[in-house]
Ligand binder design. Sequence first.
Ligand code: UDP
Length: 616
Amino acid sequence: MARRAAQSSDSQQMLEYPSSSTAMMHTSVVSCRRSLGVLFNGLLVSVVAALLWEYSKLREHAAMLEEELHMTQPSQELTQAHLDYHLALRALHEDGTRMVCSGKMHTDRICRFDYLCYNTEAEEFVFFHSNSSIMLPNLGSRRFQPALLDMSSVEDHSTQYFNYLELPAAALRFLPKPVFVPDVAFILNRFNPDNIMHVFHDDLLPAFYTMKLYSDLDEKARLVFMEGWGEGPHFDLYKVLSNKQPLLKEQLRNFGKLICFTKSYVGLSKMTTWYQYGFVQPQGPKANLLVSGNEIRQFSKAFMDKINITVEAKGTDGNDKDKYIVVFSRLTTRLILNEAELIMALAQTFQMKVFKVSLEEQSFPSIVQVVSGASMLVSMHGAQLITSLFLPRGALVVELFPFAVNPEHYTPYKTLATLPGMDINYVSWRNTKKENTVTHPDRPWEQGGIAHLEKDEQERISASKEVSRHLCCRNAEWLFRIYQDTKVDIPSLLEVVREAVKSQHGFKMSKPASKIHPGRVREAQCHTSVQAADKAKITVSWQIPWNLKYLKVKEVKYEVWIQEQGENTYMPYILPQQNYTFSENIKPFTTYLVWVRCIFSSNLLGPFADVLVCRT
Ligand code: UDP
C-alpha cells in the first residue's frame, strides 16, 4: 500500500478534475464525480474550495471555510460567533475533555468525546483534564497496551491505533487559541482508500453501521479521516455517508494549531467485516462472522438510493431474454488476454447478452447499475469483485485465478457471496496450464516483479506450481503469481460455469418467517414414577413457544436433553410432539436434569427453557 501525498489545487480545478488519482482510475473518478456532484453540488462549491488551501488565498478561503463549517474561531467583534467561541472556550477550560466508551478491549471499542482536541503540529489528540473531566474506561497506563482503540476496522493493526496525550486544562493558557468544530465529528482511519474492495469492506460498511449505532451520527455528521492519505480515487463514495464534505488529516492544520471537536466519536464497528487479510495468520474469512446478507443488502440498497440508482426487481426470476452476464475487465494488471473470445463463448453458451465493464472506463454508479441487474458476474480475482455487493439474489459470481494461485486460499469474494442470506452463487476457476500464463518478473516488486531477488529464489518461484499459504503483504511469490496475465482456457471455464449454472440455487426472496427463531417452550414440567427396583419413567411436557402461533412454520420439532445429575454426558432426543415419556436408561431414586427447546425447519434453534430437576 503506497502512500501518496494529496495535491493541492485551486478550487476551480478541484471542481473539474480529480485532485489526486492514478491515471488508471482517472476516467471513473471524473464521471463518478459528475453524477455525485449533482447531489453535493451546493456543498462542494463552498466546502471544497475552502478546504483546498493556498497560502496566498488564506484569508479568503478562511472566511468561506468558517462559513461552511461554522467553525468558531477567536474573533475581535462582538458577534454570535464571538459569543459561541467564548462559550465553547469556557466549557473546554471548565469541563475539560469527557470521554465515555463502549467495548471491553481496544479491538471492539468506540469512544464518544466532548471537547477532544487535536494538535496539528504534534499530530496528537489531546485530552484536557479539569475537575469535570470523565475518562471511562479509566485504564491508567493500560491505555498504551497497546492502545485505547483501533481507528480502522482492521483488527489490532499497529498502524491504526488511537490514543491521546493528556494535559491539564490550565495548560490551555499557554497553547495556541483553539478552533472549535461544531459538527458531530466521526473520526476514523480509512484502511486502504486506493482499493475499491478495501473502501467498501473496511470503511464504508463499518462506517455506515457505526453511524446507525449512534443517533447523532447522522447525515449532518462530519467524517474526519485521520489515516493521513490524500482523497484517493474513490473519495466520492465516502461522501455518500453524510451530507458534509469529509475532512482529511492534512486539512486540519489549515484551521489552526489546536482543533477541538465539540462532540465526536472515534473508532469503527467491526461487526460487518467478513475477511482478515493475513497479518497474523494466513488470510481468510474472519472467525465468528456477525454479519448476514440482510445487513449487507440493506447497506447496498441505501448506497444505491444515495447515488440515485434504481433496480428493476427482476433478479434471476425475470424473463430469460432480460438476463445478461457482466464481464468485469481489468485494463492494467492481471489481464484476461483473450477477453473477446471469452465474451463470445459466454454469450453463445448461455444465450445471454454480455456487458463488459471496467473501473477504468465506466463511472462507479454506472457499474453498480449494470451489476445490480446481472445474472452472472465473471471476473479475475481482484478488488473489482466487491461490486458483487450489488448483485441481485440468485446471481452467480465466477472468479478466475491465475496460474499457481489456489482459489481456496483467497476467499474475500467467496465469503461475501456465501454469507447466510446473501443468496449469491459462487464458483471459482483457476488456470492450470502454465503455457497460458504471462508472468512479469521485471516489474516493480509491488506488481509482482522478482528481478530484485537472488537467482536461486527467482528460479524457485518460477518453477513453483502453487503458492503456499502465507502472511500479508509482501510475499514475492504471491505477488509474482497474482499479477500474471492469463489466457483463459475457454472449454475448461465453460465446463465449470455450466456445472455451477446447473446446480444454481434460485434463492427466491425468502419470507421473513423462514428466518425467525423459536421462543422458549412454555410451562415445561416433568412427572416421574418408579415401576420396579431398576425401572423408572420421566414424563416431560411443554407448551409451544409464544411466537409460533403467529408464524407459518413448515416443520416444528423439539429437542430434549436428559442428564443424570453429576454426570457430564447427556442423552439428546428430537421429538415432533409436546410430551414424551422416557423410560430407557432411567433409574429409580435418581435426579435428572432436563432441558427442552424448540427447533423450526430443522436448523433454526430456539433457547432452552429453564432446566427441570426431575427426581424419580
Ligand atoms: N485496478 C483496476 N484495473 C487494473 C488493476 C487494478 O481497476 O487493471 C483497481 C483494482 O480494482 C483496485 C485497485 O486498482 O481497486 C488496486 O488494484 P490491486 O491489483 O492493487 O488490488 P487487488 O485488485 O488485487 O485487490
